[in-house]
Design a protein around this ligand. Sequence first.
Ligand code: KG4
Ligand code: ZN
Length: 344
Amino acid sequence: MVTVPPFSMLILGIETSCDETGVALYCTERGLLAEALHSQVDLHAVYGGVVPEIASRDHVRMLLPLIQRVMDEAAIEKPDAIAYTAGPGLVGALMVGGGMANGLGLAWDCPVIPVHHMEGHLLAPMLEDEPPAYPFLALLVSGGHSMLIRVRSLGDYRVLGTTLDDAVGEAFDKTAKLLGLGYPGGPALAKLAETGDETAYDFPRPMVNKPTMDFSFSGLKTAVMLEVRKAETEGRLEESRADLAASFQRAAVDTLVAKSIRAARAEGLERIVVAGGVGANKLLRKEIADRFDGEVYYPRLAFCTDNGAMIAVAGALRLADAATAGQIRARARWSLESLGIPGR
Ligand code: KG4
Ligand code: ZN
């Protein structure tokens, strides 16, 4: 068993907000000790999207075995605290993680830390060898959110811009569906785009010339839909799919990059952090690094999409918010700005 020195803390992280069961053990001194992830993608694929009840039931099935696995791997008997995703997300799915965290917290007599899922994404780059220093601009792009956030310090967040309609991940998923790709569509669309010509279609870069830092992706999605219908009518959809995917991806990435760089400059920030599922997009990672004259940080690919490690590290940074186990918190909606500095 690992002996935990008095100054180091061992945090068990639990993520169950949507369709991935993620578990990890993070040590404040030694870093990430073990992590395990179970994706429910196959279960939901036949329905073309996440079915909340199926998600909850699968979290129930997988969570304890995954916790056991990381504990065995790290040779740990019990952690010092348990961090769990308390929102935003599917309430039933959140309740599974929250119930487990609080149950284990009572059994092990250790505190629990409710973590904001998007703060988990935002702090995922802290798991890397060269984490970003504060302040920075965060581009948080996932299936449910597209946000530009000014991060002054841990918990000091100001949302500069957000999506007015579809989140960018959602736009990737819906466009992928139009192109006949499976769920979740983002990674499949990005793969298909590799073989296409990104200049084949001149899709709109939504709101890129407006001063607002908000995003809107429904117009882009509609523009793709119209071209898909046209290609279908003309009997050339099959040969046009890769070009449509590449042109869509280019328009979405151009928008995200232009807005992020503009926001960073306007706020006088020299660092940009890209996080969340769409942060796994290779074109986005490359373009923002090429076009921004400051420093760009992102988590490793595996920690862009949902995982337990980001919840464990966020919990470690929010130890001051630890509470006695016994009260499950689960919130479908939860403002990131309302979090505040830990311990306050
Ligand atoms: O952060 P995440 O795992 O879950 C949420 O919190 O929503 O993000 C999932 C989203 C999905 O919309 C998925 O299609 C998208 O991230 N995504 C990608 C890529 N990998 C995942 N979108 C574009 N390119 C990718 N490589
Ligand atoms: Zn997420």
